[in-house]
Design a binder for this molecule. Sequence first.
Ligand SMILES: [Zn+2]
Ligand SMILES: [Zn+2]
Length: 241
Amino acid sequence: MTEITEGVYFIQGQDEMIPDSHVYVIGEPGSEDLSLVDVGLMGKGAYKVDAILKMGVKLEDIKRIIMTHTHLDHIGCLAEIREKMPWLELWIHVKEGEALEQGDERTLYGMDMFRSMCQMQYGLKEGDFTFKVDKKLEGGESLDIGGMAWEVLHIPGHSFGSIALYHRTKKVLIPGDVVYADYAIGRFDLHGADGPVLKDSLLRLAELEVDILLPGHNRIVNGLPAGYIRETAKQWGSYLA
Ligand SMILES: [Zn+2]
Ligand SMILES: [Zn+2]
């Protein structure tokens, strides 16, 4: 786990055949009110807990998990993480939160073929990802997380309940799988995805001043060029129309 800036920590995903999402830990050190942002793929929880402990963070200071969205590579190890921290609340955008509570796993797997593959490979069963959601986010909230103000933006398109977390003064954006480094964007062919809607979300993110881009996969960027997200939306524009 590495410090990106005060109150923002990074645990790199360990991709295998299926990618494992990065995890961010947010909240001022000493606040005793930290949050995890995403958790990662099945089997990828233990090393993340170790990384947190190695940084000297007390597990009991972590209070909740905020999901950028509920694809399997982001939420797969939730049960594993909760074995170590059973008190963790789960905060998700209302659309994907309600789907999970109702046992609707279409967004989780994204497509039927992937569902069968994962159920075979990991021994997953229907209902393994039915969770109670402690707080349903809508977008537009300003959350006080460990003494820091994080804005929630609803940015559908990659999935219908994707959110970004944005820290305005530190100019930090955590956009899940909506926009990555190197002018890449999230896929928009899975269940609940929508190209034109994704383009809209990118254009809304483009309004923000962002110095530090912390996506769900691949490189993180410290010192993002001005206009980067707008340029990314432009490059993908014709595919997203
Ligand atoms: Zn995703
Ligand atoms: Zn992902």
